[in-house]
Design a protein around this ligand. Structure first.
Ligand code: DC
Length: 201
């Protein structure tokens, strides 16, 4: 399938690069972090403990989750959460929610279906090249200095903590997938990065 996998920690530039690359390559764009964020929003809204694997796995299977155009519009069970999923409450709980194996299994199933329905996509996340689409046409790992990543996320207080949790969890941790093109985006412009990826396609 025509998939470009883009992984990396928060603030590495994944969304900006994925959006631009998708537009230039004529592909759809899926922001899988927005899926985990929307589920986390629903968990908090329902008053479920982020550590409750069973309740959250059930919720992940039952929720109606819709994403348009990257994460330009995100709804869960008909509620528009596009803005709310970027708030500090969701950011603080999303690593715990997304660490549950049952949740990951369900999200991966949905991600593969979403991409299959569109015949391919630029897909960004943490485990896209390693787990979701190990056979992707192109695998990219974006990174940047911690200082720059925190600056891009407007000082998100626990970005480093979130990265640590995402990289050390047992189920499909953030990792550089075999065969990835690794790019440090600290001092690069978006077009420069996208030019490099377009020529690698
Ligand atoms: O990309 P983001 O910062 O919006 O992602 C939010 C969280 O979702 C991230 O801290 C971990 C989780 N996530 C994941 O576990 N697997 C993915 N493929 C994408 C995101």
């Amino acid at each position: 399938m025509n998939v470009v996998a883009i992984d990396g920690p928060g603030g590495a530039g994944k969304s900006t690069v994925a959006r631009r690359l998708a537009a230039r390559a004529g592909l759809a764009h899926l922001d899988t972090g927005a899926m985990y964020r929307a589920l986390t929003w629903a968990v908090l809204d329902a008053g479920i403990d982020p550590a409750d694997a069973e309740a959250i796995t059930t919720l992940s299977r039952e929720a109606r989750l819709e994403l348009a155009d990257g994460a330009r519009e995100v709804t869960i069970d008909g509620r528009d959460v596009t803005v709310a999923i970027r708030g500090p409450e969701v950011s603080a709980a999303v690593s715990a929610v997304s660490a549950h194996p049952g949740v990951r299994e369900e999200m991966v199933r949905r991600q593969r279906q979403w991409v299959a329905d569109r015949g391919g996509a630029v897909v960004e996340g943490r485990d896209i090249g390693s787990v979701v689409f190990p056979g992707a046409r192109l695998k990219v790992y974006l990174t940047a200095s911690e200082e720059e990543r925190i600056r891009r996320r407007r000082g998100e207080a626990d970005l480093a903590r979130r990265d640590r949790l995402d990289s050390t969890r047992a189920a499909s941790p953030l990792t550089v997938a075999d065969g990835s093109v690794v790019i440090d985006t600290t001092d690069l412009g978006v077009e420069e990065i996208v030019d490099r990826l377009m020529s690698a396609l």
